[in-house]
Ligand binder design. Sequence first.
Ligand SMILES: Nc1ncnc2c1ncn2[C@@H]1O[C@H](COP(=O)(O)OP(=O)(O)O)[C@@H](O)[C@H]1O
Ligand SMILES: [Mg+2]
Length: 384
Amino acid sequence: MAWINCYFCCNINDSDDEKEEPKTSSVNSINRDYSWERYSLKELVHATNNFHEDNKIGEGGFGSVYWGRTSKGVEIAVKRLKTMTAKAEMEFAVEVEILGRVRHKNLLGLRGFHAGGDERLIVFDYMPNHNLITHLHGQLAADCLLDWSRRMNIAIGSAEGLAYLHHEANPHIIHRDIKASNVLLDIDFKPKVADFGFAKLIPDGITHLTTRVKGTLGYLAPEYAMWGKVSESCDVYSFGILLLEIISGKKPLEKLPGGVKRDIVQWVTPYVQKGVFNHIADPRLKGKFELDQLKSTILLAMKCTDNSAENRPSMLEVVDWLKKGSNTARVKKGVGNNVKDMDEDGDDEDEETDKTDTDYEGYGMELYGARMTRVTSQRKSSSS
Ligand SMILES: Nc1ncnc2c1ncn2[C@@H]1O[C@H](COP(=O)(O)OP(=O)(O)O)[C@@H](O)[C@H]1O
Ligand SMILES: [Mg+2]
């Protein structure tokens, strides 16, 4: 592949003490021309104050992410590979390869990279409003910056980014790690889907692949967690979990007293069955949401998280559904909604910063056992 070739060629040619200015290249991907830069280590060391602790803005499986400012005054985020193992280097190559192929308003843009010696660095546009998890469960949760309309715009934008990956990118791309910490927010709170380290390119005509399970507990589709069966609908499932998280402010997995884990779908299902959708909304919204839109978005999330992959909608259908909901809300704006302020004491959820953002490479037998029993019995009854 052109990008892999390009990366390896840069890898060979780069050296740690390179003094040259960034080189600009142009990649023609999906009929679009855009440019990326090869950064010298010196430039990135200078931009990030030698990867100073104070510049650190994120930590993930891949390594640390640092804020920086280039010599031209542009704010950047620099992702630095933690350890140089073959696996980590492959992740780096995959991410650069994929980022080089995609360009969409709702996908985090690649500015460039550096590969030389023991350093693997990816340079992105800096997103000043951090990631979604910080606003839902983390440091900025108490500031309540995400009102209903911001939340719905984040949902629609993230869905559009994913729909582009699934339906427009060529070959199609499955992200495999859709979650709140991988949705970044720009200055206007517009979402950018990020972190393509686990992404998979899907050749034409292939409906699914069987792979080693990667991703994050709580967001994994059952057929993927159990059997490693990956297709676009695994991203749809994760997106459904993300939708419920955005609406409710709840975490995808909750530890109940006694250590039992409950996923967000299990939590939400009884409310849906009783039709009390307003109980699902994040109490921090204080009842300020469009009830019809809330209901329609929750029903969509339930479809996305259906145990059977074949019952889930495509991301194009998800985008349509969400946009219809938002049009209805726009028409009704001004009418107000008849939902009383939520009882803020009613929710016993402890909104601490998420520290369990664990990449998961095992098989989810324990967690998915009960759900899969349901899938298997559904399959049996439909085939008999
Ligand atoms: N461009 C960026 N602007 C601002 N913060 C970022 C940016 N890229 C990453 N981050 C922060 O770093 C975290 C980890 O980045 P991510 O790309 O998800 O790496 P990993 O592969 O290590 O999970 C993100 O959740 C976010 O908080
Ligand atoms: Mg991440």
